[in-house]
Structure formats: C-alpha cells, structure tokens
Ligand binder design. Structure first.
Ligand code: RM4
Ligand code: NI
Length: 279
C-alpha cells in the first residue's frame, strides 16, 4: 500500500500544518500517511473507503484521518475538498491538548466522519484561506504560532458546528436527514414523509440535497444503494439477487440496469472481478 510522507507535503521541519486543496479530488488509491489529515468536503460527491468501510461524501462532510488509518476515494463526481495536514496531535510547538478536540475512539469505534452545516463551512473556508497565505518568514516563531492558532480555531469551529447538528435550524436538520439516509437507504423512502420527519419542506429538502451533493434526492439515494451493492459484490459472498434486495432494489433486473448505467459493468462482471478498470 502507498505511504505518503510528510517530507513531501510540509515545506520545512517547523511548519506544523499544510493545506492541500483537491479541486477536484479524483479517484485516489488506498494509502496511509506518516502524518494526520482532516478532509473537508466543499461540494460534489464520492465514496470514501475508510479502514475498509464505505462512506458517501457530500458538501459539509469532514473526516479525521489518523496516521494509521488507510483510506481511498472512488466514484468521485465533482468532488472538491481540502486536506488539512498536520504532523500529529502532540507535535505542535505552542499547542497542547489538541487530542481532546479530535474524535475519540471508544470501545473500538472511531467516529471518523462528521458533517458541518453550510454556515460553518463558510467560516472554515476563511480560516483555510488564512492558513494558505504564505507567512513571509516561514518557520519563524511568530509565524508558526499564528498558524497553530488558526489550526486550533479550525478545530474548535469543526467541533462546535458538529455539536450544533440539529439545533433547530434547517441545515442541522438536513445533516440529520443525510445521516439517517446513510443508515436507512435500503428501506422504502417516501420523500414527503422524510421531509416531515426532519421538519423540512419538500422543496427545501430537494434544494439542499441538490446543493450539497449535486444530485437530486432520488439519484443520491440510488447512488447510496448502488455504492453499497458494489461494496457487497466485492466483499461478500451474498448472491446478486440477495444484494439487490438487501440494498433496497425491488427487483434484480432493475438493479442490474441501474448498476450498469452507473458503473458500465454488470453486477456479475464485478462479482467475477472483471471490473479492475472500473475506476
Ligand atoms: C491526495 C488525497 C490523499 C491525501 C493526499 C495529500 O490527493 O487527498 O488522501 O493524503 O492528497
Ligand atoms: Ni490521505
């Protein structure tokens, strides 16, 4: 597996943070790093396979990658993101206790993915723009210190806006809805009922999903289902028909048609490993 090295991304030994925009982020093979990384998604969608588990990314998704985590991106569609790289939580010159602001692993479960709302994303962008600005005297104590402060502000902002998820404003509701959908996509979805459940109007639901993912709600849902099916075809022994049902497709012919349209390979091709050129 590819290992990415900090010496290729950090301009000097003292610089604690590096910004790597990916506009767009195309498919990228599995790798890990000798540094840590915060992935902040601006817009578009794609599948993020994180320690072997698939996550669907959209605008506002945030992922905290540690040095031993492995990840890859596939099936990206206009996926635009910024990687904020840092050496390690305890490798700052002026900051301590950074670890407490990061997601905590408990009982083997690491909550790696968060979602922030569009307002927070706007502020995140501003902080990143300041972090990107060349400091002039790179490596000088005051330059390093001001970068570390900005990084800390970024962590606090991500933390706060993640907590305020669902605090009564509609972006929060949409975050909850998207998380709900990731767990329940295999069920029959009635958009009207779902809008009601998350106290959104149907129009707002439509507009906001479109804004976040670039896709209509129905296409986004189908994509979630197809991505899961793709994963199961590759990593389980379940039959194609079984997978179709398990992922929320009423009949397996319809499933195969949609699958072929999305990936240009049939489910059977994938099952037999003929999809090596898929990405
Ligand atoms: C790649 C991809 C990786 C990241 C590197 C820095 O394009 O985003 O996840 O580790 O950039
Ligand atoms: Ni990475």
């Amino acid at each position: 597996m590819t290992v990415l090295h900090s010496s290729d991304f950090f301009s000097s030994g003292r610089v604690p943070v590096a910004i790597e925009p990916r506009i767009p982020q195309s498919a990228f093979p599995e790798h890990h790093h000798d540094f840590y990384e915060i992935v902040i998604v601006e817009q578009g969608t794609g599948t993020h396979i994180f320690n072997g588990q698939p996550y669907t990314l959209s605008g506002g998704s945030v992922c905290f990658v540690r040095d031993h985590d492995r990840h890859l991106f596939e099936h990206t569609e206009n996926l635009c993101l910024t990687n904020v790289l840092y050496r390690a939580p305890d490798a700052f010159n002026f900051l301590s206790g950074v670890e407490q602001l990061l997601p905590q692993e408990r009982d083997g479960y690491y909550p790696s993915h968060w979602r922030v709302n569009p307002d927070a994303l706007k502020q995140v962008r501003q902080l990143i723009a300041s972090l990107e600005r060349p400091g002039g005297e790179e490596g000088e104590a005051h330059d390093v210190a001001s970068r570390e402060i900005l990084f800390m502000q970024l962590l606090v902002l991500l933390r706060q806006s993640c907590r305020s998820d669902g605090d009564g404003e509609s972006p929060g509701h949409l975050n909850q809805l998207l998380s709900w959908l990731e767990a329940h996509f295999a069920e029959e979805i009635c958009w009207e009922a779902l809008a009601d459940r998350f106290t959104l109007s149907l129009r707002t639901l439509h507009r906001q999903i479109k804004q976040r993912t670039g896709l209509t709600p129905q296409r986004y849902l189908t994509r979630l289902r197809l991505m899961r099916a793709l994963h199961l075809l590759r990593h389980s022994e379940e039959s194609v028909t079984g997978i179709a049902f398990q992922c929320g497709f009423g009949d397996s012919n319809h499933f195969s048609t949609l699958f072929k349209r999305e990936f240009h390979w049939s489910p059977r091709d994938v099952r037999q490993g003929r999809d090596v050129q898929l990405q």
